[in-house]
Ligand binder design. Structure first.
Ligand code: ZN
Length: 127
């Protein structure tokens, strides 16, 4: 799904994108010259556990909040740098690309399957 920057106004637009079982549900609205994407990553993803290497399905429920800039963002005024991460796109907002980026960032995190999490919790209890 792609949305032209020109279509986004102060009135939030609801958007949705899906990829590999993960789903992005959010609203787009204008804010300080950017487009604010505010929503959540839901659904599920296949992860591999960093401890036992077993693959498992993880439910997602991650808030997603980022700013999208039409074109290259000029970073010379660093004092005004917003807290949210800034994504640069040209002319159109490519929601599939944003979702793919969010999934890639999520997969980079440290993930353990449920049984490894439980056995680690037990070990903590025994100390
Ligand atoms: Zn594991």
């Amino acid at each position: 799904m792609r949305i032209a920057f020109a279509r986004v106004s102060d009135q939030p637009i609801a958007i949705e994108a899906a990829l590999d079982g993960a789903k992005l549900t959010a609203t787009l609205s204008k804010r300080n010259g950017f487009v604010l994407l505010d929503g959540a990553l839901t659904g599920s993803l296949r992860l591999s556990c960093v401890v036992c290497d077993q693959e498992y399905d993880a439910d997602l429920d991650e808030p997603v909040r980022l700013l999208i800039n039409d074109g290259i963002y000029d970073r010379k005024n660093t004092d005004d740098e917003p807290d949210e991460p800034i994504v640069e796109m040209s002319g159109e907002i490519d929601l599939d690309e944003i979702l793919a980026g969010e999934i890639a960032a999520f997969l980079c995190d440290y993930h353990r399957c449920e049984s490894c999490q439980n056995s680690e919790d037990e070990r903590e209890w025994q100390v």
